[in-house]
Ligand binder design. Structure first.
Ligand SMILES: [Ca+2]
Ligand SMILES: [Ca+2]
Length: 423
């Protein structure tokens, strides 16, 4: 087939950090583009009202990224963070009225007398100097070890804050009503106990957790969680005020004699889905946008070990799962978190440098998925110089690359072919 060609100058070196692929995703074509590369365990992401992405990296950095340009600014390097195993700087949450209320909340581990402890702090964004300042400590002294320390943050519509804490490998603590570990906690933005928490004076919102790694909110304030099981029964489910989630007696569903008794005695909430073998489920997010129509009304869930992004459809009013599908299956390695942007694009945090992955040259990174044909997708692809190229030839006509990925090519003049042949 004769090919329609255009002459194009492709400055490949400048494209290395902005590589884009066109892939099949959620029943349509999508552009997968690296927004930022060379990160170290990006853990939590949030979008502000101006469309910028704020994110943490586990060694202690808080950054802001402009997804339109790829420009990243490190706003804070926290020097008292202890990062080892699963610990470090974990999730962050912007105040719901940000930037009018210029507050950011983040949780991290530190060392105290040889022990690992965890604290939740407030950072204030100083717009004039575009910097973050340590402002307040909401909760301190949460016990930790190098694993099972949570911690996701999620604002509720009433501007109270949920924080997940792990069992720090001390399993019975999850059932201790006086301990803050192995729980989902709820507090005000100054760290005090809301008057409508289940127990007066207690931050405990739900108990019986091993290590909740994902929290998300859907329509009507419905809150979802993801949680790591041991070698079995990772969980996805609904968070219900004051309820017991069963750990360590109950793994996943109440489905043996011992579990059944505990579930009845303690009114345990079962998950909506459980995964054996485990996936190492991680960040979750409600998808309510139109950019990927097949995902509308689903919860997106990442996983580390399995490298998956899943879409879960939960019944509108009943606590039952209607479908659970795999959107991404170990394409980029370990996925720590997912963010839905206001335009409906999806951002994934890749976590191959967390000590349990196999890191490639550009890891860790944030990858943005946008639908092919969207204004955003076209603009970004044009900016990246990838166009709709099917194959790329040198000036003598020799085929040097098929597909849209131009990583690694020297800067030169190439012919962009749009034919169907691979010859
Ligand atoms: Ca459970
Ligand atoms: Ca079970």
């Amino acid at each position: 087939m004769r090919q329609k060609t255009t002459l194009a100058l492709v400055a490949c070196a400048a494209l290395a950090a902005n590589a884009a692929d066109t892939i099949s995703f959620a029943g349509q074509r999508a552009v997968a583009k690296d927004l930022v590369t060379g990160l170290q365990v990006p853990w939590g992401m949030e979008e502000d009202s101006a469309g910028k992405i704020w994110f943490t990296e586990r060694p202690g950095r808080v950054s802001r990224l402009d997804p339109a340009t790829g420009t990243r600014r490190v706003l804070l390097r926290m020097t008292d963070v202890y990062s080892s195993g699963e610990t470090g700087l974990l999730d962050l949450a912007l105040h719901p009225a940000f930037p009018r209320v210029p507050q950011i909340f983040t949780v991290y581990t530190y060392q105290s007398g040889g022990a690992i402890r965890e604290r939740l702090v407030r950072l204030d964004w100083e717009a004039a100097r575009d910097t973050l300042l340590r402002a307040d400590t909401l909760l301190d002294g949460v016990r930790g070890v190098s694993t099972h320390v949570g911690s996701r943050l999620l604002f509720l519509p009433d501007t109270t804050l949920l924080m997940s804490s792990g069992d720090y490998q001390n399993q019975p603590i999850a059932q201790d009503p006086l301990a803050v570990e192995g729980k989902i906690l709820r507090m005000t933005t100054s760290g005090t106990t809301p008057s409508d928490n289940p127990r007066p004076g207690s931050l405990v919102w739900t108990s019986g957790h091993r290590n909740v790694q994902g929290l998300a909110i859907g329509p009507a304030g419905r809150v979802f969680y993801s949680e790591h099981g041991p070698n079995n029964d990772d969980e996805f489910g609904v968070v219900r005020k004051g309820r017991n989630y069963g750990w360590p007696t109950v793994h996943g569903f109440c489905d043996d004699v011992v579990e059944d008794k505990f579930c009845n005695d303690s009114d345990v909430v079962e998950p909506l889905s459980a995964y054996t073998p485990t996936l190492a489920v991680a960040g979750i997010e409600w998808y309510g946008k139109d950019a990927f129509p097949s995902l509308k009304g689903r919860v997106l869930m990442t996983s580390l070990k399995a490298g998956q992004l899943r879409a879960l459809r939960v019944h509108e009013s009943r606590d039952s799962l209607l479908s659970d599908s795999i959107l991404v299956n170990n394409r980029w390695g370990r996925l720590r978190d997912v963010l839905v942007l206001s335009n409906g694009n999806i951002v994934l945090a890749v976590s191959n440098r967390d000590g349990r992955g196999s890191a490639g040259a550009v890891d860790d990174r944030l990858i943005e998925l946008s639908p092919v044909g969207s204004t955003t997708g076209l603009r970004r692809r044009a900016a990246a110089g990838t166009g709709d190229a099917r194959n790329l030839r040198d000036p003598s006509g020799r085929l040097v690359r098929t597909g849209a990925d131009v990583r690694g090519l020297p800067a030169s003049i190439y012919l962009l072919g749009r034919g169907s042949g691979r010859n």
